[in-house]
Design a protein around this ligand. Structure first.
Ligand code: IPM
Ligand code: MN
Length: 354
């Protein structure tokens, strides 16, 4: 029997609450599909930082490296200054493990109300492949004369041919496995240096190795418009790190909210573990209320299982999530609740069906 080793980082706020539901579903999937997991909890995040002063030591990072996957809830607490947990934990893992693809599906499930009036599921099923290790996230730049009237701040966008080409190749492959259409999103009319590199690599890789994939290009501002007005024009979207960050929040809104937005930080080469996390944050305002929607965490678990080769289990998650969302639309069946843990309980039932 296959055993997968999973590092579990519940994190802060609602992170541990939604991850607990994901793990409940995972327990059931193991019985149904005949695999096992060995899970090790790591106490990391803002709360831990405030208590110990430690964000993520190199020793802990090296322990994490030995796992097959990392399952993350959410990190960050309001009382920690911005950047410390983001850079010291989340980005540290993404960069150290070279998780160069951030995969974020934008899919409107039947039964879910989109804020876009009249949007139907047939018109909204795309995935964003966000470059995850470069651009302004690389942290290049600095500050001169801080706090003085002469203060200067630079924040450079780093784009390497290597980094761009590998994420483009991943996106072309993804498009090949879907409807065969890839859209590059950038801002080539203004960011001519970085945009030029992206566009040349896009054309060259497409011509040389993916002539069967139809490709086009959309400026990021127009992409925001189309994501709302005609999401059906997208199949796979590939874009640089910051644009990908921004448009996937818009995508999350279009598909019905952050509670439904899953995300996978992938090292497709599998040299290091990949990390799976809902897009939403730690939502400190609703901690302990039972109002956190565990679906994004469960859908991220589905991505984790697919990546580890447990496709049967991943398919069960997909069907169960779809079934649950359809139920929400109608009258919720007798005996089925709607709190965080009740949704988890219902998913445990639903993954066993069909
Ligand atoms: C996300 C988040 C992170 C990002 C932050 C918390 C560093 O917004 O995963 O989208 O910008 O990548
Ligand atoms: Mn974001």
């Amino acid at each position: 029997m296959t055993t997968h080793r999973i590092a579990v980082l519940g994190g802060d706020g609602i992170g541990p609450e939604v991850v607990a539901e994901g793990l409940k579903v995972l327990d059931r999937l193991e019985q149904l599909e005949g695999f096992t997991t060995e899970r090790v909890d790591y106490d990391l995040g803002g709360r831990r930082y405030l208590a110990t002063g430690e964000v993520l030591s190199d020793a802990t990072l090296e322990q994490l490296r030995s796992f097959d996957a990392i399952y993350l809830g959410a990190v960050g607490t309001p009382d920690v200054p911005p950047g410390i947990i983001e850079r010291g934990l989340l980005l540290k893992v993404r960069f150290a493990f070279d998780q160069y693809v951030n995969l974020r599906p934008v899919k409107l499930y039947p039964g879910v109300d989109s804020p876009v009036a009249g949007l139907t599921p047939e018109r909204c099923d795309l995935v964003v492949v966000r470059e995850n290790t470069e651009s302004v996230y690389a942290g290049a730049g600095g500050v001169l004369y801080p706090g003085t009237p002469a203060e200067v701040a630079t924040q450079e966008s780093v784009n390497t041919r290597h980094g761009v080409e590998r994420v483009l190749r991943y996106a072309f492959e993804a498009a090949r496995g879907r409807r065969g259409h890839l859209t590059l999103v950038h801002k080539t009319n203004v960011l001519t240096h970085a945009g030029g590199l992206w566009m040349r690599a896009f054309e060259e890789v497409g011509d040389a190795d993916f002539p069967d994939v139809q490709r086009d290009y959309v400026h990021v501002d127009a992409a925001c418009l189309y994501l709302v007005t005609q999401p059906e024009r997208f199949d796979v979207v590939v874009t640089e790190n910051l644009f990908g960050d921004i448009i996937t929040d818009l995508g999350a809104a279009v598909q019905g909210g952050m509670g439904l937005a899953a995300s996978a930080n992938l090292d497709p080469t599998r040299r290091a573990p990949s990390m799976f996390e809902p897009v939403h944050g730690s939502a400190p305002d609703i901690v302990g209320t039972g109002r956190a929607d565990p679906l994004a965490a469960v859908m991220s678990l589905g991505q984790l299982l697919a990546f580890l080769g447990e496709q049967g289990a991943a398919d069960r998650v997909e069907r169960a999530v779809a079934a649950l969302l359809a139920e929400r639309r109608g009258a919720v069946p007798d005996g089925v609740g709607t709190t965080t843990s009740e949704v988890g309980d219902r998913l445990v039932q639903l993954v066993a069906e069909a």
